[in-house]
Ligand binder design. Sequence first.
Ligand code: SF4
Length: 298
Amino acid sequence: MHYHPLNYIEPLYRPPSEANSLILQITNGCSWNKCTFCEMYTDPQKKFRPKPESEVLAEIKQVAERMPDVRRIFLADGDAMVLSFKRLQAILEGIKQHFPNINRVSAYCLPRNLNNKTDQELLALKQAGLDLLYVGAESGDDQVLEWVQKGETFDSTVTALNRLGDAGIKRSVMILNGLGGSQFTQQHALNSARLANATQPEYLATLVVSFPKGEERFQQGFEGQFQALNQQQLFLEMELMLETLDLKKTIFRSDHASNYLVLKGVLGKDKQRMLDMVRSAIADPTHAGLRPEWARGL
Ligand code: SF4
């Protein structure tokens, strides 16, 4: 008989790069849960709730007895970093104690999750083993952020990312292509690039916005005016963003299943190569090796 010591409330989400990580669910859902493009935690069982600390620590111990060699752990769900410094530190210490070979602990993080943590506490979390945070910036444009109800601004996101950077915690920043529709495509591209330039994250990824459950909620924020970008417009938005990016050493990935064109490289070194690829796709989409529509995972 298989006995699984992890008590998950599904569905569970994790970034693609955490495919081989142990997922430790220390909170359920997302405490914000208002972004109009996000349908991850809308099921009734996903109402936000932190998992009691004693339960989390007991799970860590039980999993470690069966799988002591775990090297990577992702703390779920949507904003595990909303927990207090003390709670996070206790969990990280528990991980360190029971998994001697651990070399990466990561989580999603909202900029506002840092409001109740001092710079010193961020440093202490880093020392306790927190290595990488995925920050869904989505856009650097205040208008777009307001209309999608992200509850953050260019400034709040830049401040949080820079505080994490100063604490030595790696940042993986996500931008949603097409989030402003045709109305805001230019300012979305320009300000998202400015946000990355101002923070120099270690990782930058783009995904294409999509609405598997329909776009009604999203349209309300745009007063019914949202016009989704077509493939060509998505490439033009990517071109403008890449042109504006001025990064020193950021691993860039646009390889999520939602993208038509797969781009990977280090910015700035590979900027020209990636720009050339986007421009070829704009000039001749039939020969650019694009991911066919049926293969796009939305
Ligand atoms: S903060 Fe993240 S998880 Fe929460 S609603 Fe927004 S996109 Fe979804």
